[in-house]
Design a protein. Structure first.
Length: 359
């Protein structure tokens, strides 16, 4: 059966990096991957064309797709939009919410070749392999009520941090199951010393634990988790946390790997449909210069093949190809180091493609 992939380049460096990832996808097609690929608009690019960051036509295409590859959204051009619902970020959040993509997997893996590119000492990060499981369709990002209003003569801004037991349970199960397939250790991150919502979070994780007797569950407050990530990151295997804490911790974890330009992600719903995107943003400061690192997006294609299309061999080949070009000393500017060859976005794409085809 032909499966459908929707590519949403988005804004900033999004089009540059998805162009390279699309070349790899096309190479997979010539290797027998039976997919139909469509493109669509999201974020600022969609706003400029349709006046909406998530036009109905894009949402329809997204719903019909087996998997979505997204570049990045946002940029200074749209930062001044007063109406928050028109912001590019709303396009991304709308896709996550409308497709029910509640499980966000962000693997932070330090390639041995890049251990010295990390801001941490190489021995702290060499061999690092953490999976951050971030709840993606709830928590403070979506809680109601929210807004800015005048109270007693001054403006007040407010958001609501809310999780139901069922929301916590379903993300907890994803995390426990992943831990079972990996190092069998799960650290749940909360702020249960202050926030009721995370007291419930902790209780639900505890309630699930006996169903996964082979997994060792621990709990950590988010402030300590941030510190531990930069102190001794290899203590972690799988981490599970809510939407906002996961957003923050995954950026911190990204730097352990050498560059945020290396981190792919998968956002899955209950039926295995997924959206795949690099964890970095649209990087407007370097957009259009051909220097962005396409590897996170290329690695996101590998995650797509693994998690939504069950094409494990092709996924492995892409990951191996990335390892090969790093072995060969090719580096984009963000991971540049002495003695290595600094290459452009498209040269990196060329090299991965060549390594993939040679394998
Ligand atoms: C991410 C991003 C998004 C988020 C933004 C662009 C809305 O930072 O995917 O981590 O906060 O979830
Ligand atoms: Mg983020």
């Amino acid at each position: 059966m032909t499966r459908k992939i929707l590519v949403l380049p988005g804004d900033g460096i999004g089009p540059e990096i998805t162009a390279q990832a699309s070349r790899i996808l096309a190479a997979c097609q010539t290797q027998g991957l039976d997919v139909e690929i469509e493109e669509g608009l999201v974020g600022g690019a969609a706003y400029d064309e349709h006046g909406e960051p998530l036009p109905a036509v894009t949402l329809e295409k997204a719903k019909a797709a087996d998997a979505i590859l997204l570049g990045a959204v946002g940029g200074p051009k749209w930062d001044k939009l007063e109406d928050l619902t028109k912001r590019p970020e709303k396009g991304l959040l709308g896709l996550r919410k409308n497709l029910g993509l509640f499980a966000n997997l962000r693997p932070a893996i330090t390639y041995p070749q890049l251990a010295s590119a990390s801001s941490l000492k190489p021995e702290l990060v060499a061999g690092l392999d953490i999976m951050i499981v971030r709840e993606l369709t709830g928590g403070i990002y979506f809680g109601q009520p929210r807004g800015i209003e005048v109270r007693d003569g001054q403006r007040v801004g407010f958001n609501t941090y809310v999780y139901s037991e069922s929301e916590i349970e379903r993300i907890g199960r994803v995390a426990f199951e992943l831990a079972q397939k990996r190092g069998k250790r799960l650290c749940s991150v909360d702020k249960a010393n202050v926030l009721e919502v995370t007291i419930l979070w902790r209780e639900v994780m505890e309630r699930l634990a006996p169903e996964y007797p082979d997994v060792e569950l621990s709990h950590m407050y988010v402030d300590n988790a941030a510190m531990q990530l930069v102190r001794a990151p290899k203590q972690f295997d799988v981490m599970v946390t809510g939407n906002m804490f996961g957003d923050i911790l995954s950026d911190a974890a990204a730097m352990l790997t050498g560059s945020i330009g290396m981190l792919p992600s998968a956002s899955l719903n209950q039926s295995g449909q997924g959206m795949y995107e690099p964890c970095h943003g649209s990087a407007p400061d370097i957009a259009g210069r051909g220097i962005a690192n396409p590897l996170a997006t290329i690695l996101s294609v590998a995650m797509m093949l693994r998690y939504s299309l069950s094409e494990f061999e092709l996924a492995q080949r892409i990951e191996d190809a990335v390892g090969k070009v790093l072995d060969d000393g090719l580096r984009t500017a963000d991971i540049a180091s002495e003695g290595m060859r600094t290459v452009s976005t498209s040269e990196m794409g060329d090299a991965v493609l060549a390594a993939f085809e040679a394998a």
